[in-house]
Design a protein around this ligand. Structure first.
Ligand SMILES: [Zn+2]
Length: 153
């Protein structure tokens, strides 16, 4: 019986990733590396992920690192996920609201925070003198290089 459960969970591990193509990824915080900069992904409010059409999942410590993927990858991605800045959980990047400001201390210094509601994004933008953008504008206008590095890094 135990063996059957083991084999079943192995099958789920092998093929489950395909079935979960539409669900947000699971990140083992502090244990997995960013697909672009290779830093540990340990700061949930700034993390991002991309699910490719073949089921490949790429994870990032900073939304800015996701933006450094090739345009071809970004356009052809099956799903683009970003963590909520103001609460726990993931958002569909194509539906989220973003605040970009150099006063937002993200892990790699891109200064991008994601929100579910426009009003919440506007509130932070006011406080940090940032701009509120939708995903398409983030792709066009957000910095591809860090605005500043976090202190001590
Ligand atoms: Zn990174």
């Amino acid at each position: 019986m135990k063996q059957a459960i083991f084999i079943a969970s192995l099958l789920i591990a092998l093929f489950g990733c395909h079935a979960r193509r539409d669900e947000p990824p699971i990140v083992r915080w502090g244990e997995e590396n960013c697909a672009v900069c290779r830093m540990l992904i340990s700061d949930p409010p700034f993390a991002a992920a991309m699910v490719m059409r073949d089921g490949e999942v790429r994870k990032y410590d900073d939304v800015g690192c996701l933006l450094n993927e090739s345009n071809q990858r970004l356009v052809n991605a099956h799903r683009l996920w970003v963590r909520r800045y103001d609460a726990d959980g993931w958002l569909d990047a194509r539906r989220a609201w973003f605040v970009v400001s150099q006063r937002i201390a993200s892990p790699m210094g891109y200064g991008i925070a994601a929100f579910a509601r426009k009003a919440d994004a506007e509130r932070l933008a006011k406080r940090v003198e940032g701009v509120v953008l939708k995903w398409d504008d983030v792709l066009r206008r957000a910095p591809r290089k860090p605005l500043r590095r976090r202190e001590g890094q």
